[in-house]
Design a binder for this molecule. Structure first.
Ligand code: GDP
Ligand code: MN
Ligand code: MN
Length: 254
């Protein structure tokens, strides 16, 4: 058994309005059932999500948080603009984004963006994955899956990894429940987060710095799914999320 991960080389610095599917197809020959993995940074750049702090006006809530955590209120405003809930304010902003993804700073970042500019994370990455996927399929004539990734930290561990934030035609979870282990015991709870594992694998080729590899093709694994799929399937339902409950408690008790 083996699979391949292929870095898509020669992608230019992406600008507002660039046609990502076309650029990707010009630089890699896609095959049926390839999984095209794309860094959210270039999706956001293509959508014109760059901004300057100078152009942000901090609202009341941002000013309050800034008074507590000492960060730039305009930056906090940018994070709040893309958040539906703040779970931690200090020493960093841990939020749930409008799309339901929980991460630091709502993915607002300045790395790999022109000096003086920051970048929002894509607002609706599932919809980006789906429109990019459809266009990639149209240009290449192949059946494809797409994963849009970002780099996130993890609770309990140092070190960041690639994670999936938007998907197209790939089931996010492989359910092992009901399958047998080596000793004929039935598996009861294991659900494998396929799209995060693939994002992590692709991130090995992307790296975090000046590598200039914002897209990777994974070939040789069959996770293609005829129907469109949604990343929110992977977000734990509110009532089962004990970590979020704990964080809300901490916030209430100052
Ligand atoms: P994120 O994980 O989505 O936040 O993306 P990163 O900022 O970590 O970048 C991932 C990879 O994409 C790195 O290899 C970057 O050098 C590369 N990258 C980011 N922006 C661009 C771009 O506009 N053009 C190219 N060719 N590579 C880029
Ligand atoms: Mn990022
Ligand atoms: Mn990254």
């Amino acid at each position: 058994m083996k699979f391949e991960a292929i870095a898509v080389e020669n992608i230019p610095l992406i600008q507002n309005g660039d046609d990502l599917p076309l650029i990707i197809c010009e630089n890699v020959e896609l095959r049926d059932r390839d999984i095209v993995i794309i860094a959210s940074t270039i999706v956001a750049k293509a959508e014109g999500e760059t901004f300057r702090l100078e152009d942000i006006t901090a609202g009341e809530k941002a000013l309050e948080i800034a008074a507590r955590n000492g960060k730039d209120a305009r930056f906090i405003q940018a994070v709040l603009t893309r958040s539906m809930e703040v779970l931690v304010e200090t020493p960093f902003m841990l939020v749930t984004t409008l799309a339901g993804h929980t991460c630091v700073n709502a993915g607002v970042d300045e790395s790999n963006v022109e000096n003086g500019f920051l970048l929002y994370s894509p607002k609706d990455p599932d919809s980006n994955a789906s429109s990019i996927g459809k266009e990639l399929e149209k240009i290449s004539g192949k059946k494809l899956s797409v994963i849009i990734t970002d780099t996130n930290g993890r609770a309990f561990k140092t070190g960041q990894t690639g994670v999936a934030i938007g998907i197209y035609k790939i089931k996010p979870i492989k359910r092992w429940i009901g399958e047998k282990d080596l000793f004929e015991k039935t598996l009861e709870i294991t659900e494998e987060a396929i799209v995060d594992e693939l994002a992590g694998a692709a991130n090995l080729l992307m790296g975090e710095g000046a590598g200039g590899i914002p897209a990777v093709v994974i070939r040789g694994l069959d996770y293609y799914c005829e129907d469109n799929t949604f990343i929110k399937e992977i977000y734990r339902p509110e009532e089962k999320d004990v970590i979020k409950k704990g964080l809300r408690c901490l916030q209430k008790n100052g």
